[in-house]
Design a protein around this ligand. Structure first.
Ligand code: GAR
Length: 238
């Protein structure tokens, strides 16, 4: 047997199971696209096993199908309670045996049972520098307050709406002539950097939510998470 044969055989045996994620969406799916692109470049640390939307008209479904990812619609209005919808969601999710659940613009409040089930393995991205501007209309509220910085946060999901431990935030400057659309767009470009990065850390086993808080490469993360300042160079600029 040649050296080459040995290497190829070893690679076959040593190949660990690929990590799997399920992505939940409700809309455009630009964050989903960032995850799809990262996977295509082998930079996600795993495979998007399925995309689930609570809305049939979500453009993210098109993005998923174009990438050859199973895309499922689960219309929330067909269920008479949040519990019934979440129970149906659990069934679809668990069919794909994911290591990680990724909420990417999924505009549903989740029941405590659902949150408990995926504790420590469900991430969300929120368009503000948490704890500022939890909930909806974050860009309009930031503009109305006249803040000079805004941004986005990736956090683990907890029982508290937009209140789970923050892994990473990216800030952007707010310009005097910004409106909701220009600000949202600037924040989104940062979301597309920090979300695939955080997902990769998790799938590579580098990021953990422990009883003592968040750890990255076994080191505790600062309260409020890591922060990319508005002027920082990011992966995107390199
Ligand atoms: C993103 O800005 C995301 O942070 C936000 O919805 C948008 C989805 O965009 N999520 C929330 O507001 C959750 N509370 P996308 O569909 O293009 O990824």
């Amino acid at each position: 047997m040649s050296d080459t044969d040995t290497t190829e055989q070893d690679q076959q045996f040593e190949q660990p199971d690929r990590q799997r994620l399920v992505v939940l969406i409700s809309g455009s799916g630009s964050n989903l696209q960032a995850l799809i692109d990262a996977e295509a470049h082998d930079e996600l640390g795993g495979e998007i096993a399925a995309v689930i939307s609570n809305r049939g008209d979500a453009y993210g479904l098109v993005r998923a199908r174009e990438a050859g990812i199973p895309a499922v619609v689960l219309p929330h209005h067909e269920y008479d309670s949040r519990e019934a919808f979440d129970a149906a969601l659990v069934k679809v999710i668990d069919r794909h045996a994911p290591d990680l659940i990724v909420l990417a613009g999924f505009m549903r409040i989740l029941t405590p049972g659902f949150v408990r089930r995926y504790h420590g393995r469900m991430l969300n991205i929120h368009p503000s520098l948490l704890p500022a501007y939890r909930g909806l209309n974050t860009h309009a509220r930031a503009l109305a307050d006249g803040v000079s910085e805004h941004g986005a946060s990736v956090h683990f999901v907890s029982d508290e709406l937009d209140g789970g431990p923050v892994v990473v935030q990216a800030a952007v400057h707010v310009n005097p002539d910004d409106d909701e659309a220009t600000l949202a767009e600037r924040v989104l470009t940062r979301e597309h950097v920090i979300y695939p990065m955080t997902v990769r850390w998790f799938l590579q086993g580098r990021l953990n939510l422990t009883q003592d808080g968040l750890r990255l490469d076994s080191h505790p993360l600062p309260a409020g998470g890591l922060r990319l300042a508005a002027d920082d160079v990011t992966e995107e600029d390199l």
